[in-house]
Design a protein around this ligand. Sequence first.
Ligand code: ADP
Ligand code: MG
Length: 307
Amino acid sequence: MEKYFLDAQDLTKTFPAPKGGDPLTVFENQSFGINKGEFICIIGHSGCGKSTILNVLAGLDEATSGVVLMDGREVAGPSLDRGVVFQHYSLLPWISSLRNITFAVRARWPSWRKEQVLHHSMKYLDMVGLAGAESRKPSQLSGGMRQRVSIARAFAIEPKLLLMDEPFGALDALTRGIIQEELMKIWEQTNQTVFMITHDVDEAILLADRILLMTNGPYAHIAESVIIDIPRHRERTEIIHHPNYYPIRNHLVEFLVKRSKELANPEMRTQVEPRETRKRVYPPNVNPAADVNSSSNKIIDLEKHKA
Ligand SMILES: Nc1ncnc2c1ncn2[C@@H]1O[C@H](COP(=O)(O)OP(=O)(O)O)[C@@H](O)[C@H]1O
Ligand SMILES: [Mg+2]
């Protein structure tokens, strides 16, 4: 079997019963893999369990059962090998944007000299377009600028895996577009592996190599891994004209509107075999653009036939 850089195997997460209630199984026996350097987005309705999965991958939360392997080693607790960006930036408010980054960089490379730490941190502030704002404290920055500092900090520690939970959810459309472009630029330069949650279909198509589709919960599952067959370098204004764009987009929207609910049948779980006898199941790779291309080929063939 293919060896993934990040291999989530048979993950189950059950939250214990609140007083007088039932326990909640968010997802059960879910497996998926991420290759090194891949940009993966995950989409699914609110409450289906995306953040729970991300927290397990980050080592911030423990799965009830199952394991996550990164580079062949089990993820057990948080590590500087994994950088996390949340929707609401989590900067230290009393120090400058530059110090917020140097703080993390020093923790990552304790033996570095002061100038090296500063130089490295400035490089990443510059990458997100914030050179000149390095001495400002978070309260003196706009929401978009703060989120850029969070992203610069996460990239600056050069984690093996970057995890982002709806990082642009709180931003206006214009700022979001600019930061998406910066993110893609840094990702192309640094060859990071990224796992990102978004509820924005267009954002996912722009950024991702593959998009994982998650059904509604409880007992949510990752139904498909959708291949984004659109060449890079991608530009926001250009990719909508690519012939594969709308077949992919329609497929994603159809999943969110219809199949995420239809597939969320709790009966599904009675078909789950006991862990001991069951084969691990990874979501199938789906290429909506290839499907369309092949059916249009079929149409062309039929036309030929008529002639
Ligand atoms: N600490 C917790 N205790 C109990 N239930 C939780 C906890 N965290 C999340 N949940 C529940 O788990 C489900 C999935 O939550 P979450 O992963 O945040 O969803 P998403 O990120 O997809 O919106 C939701 O029903 C949520 O209420
Ligand atoms: Mg969430």
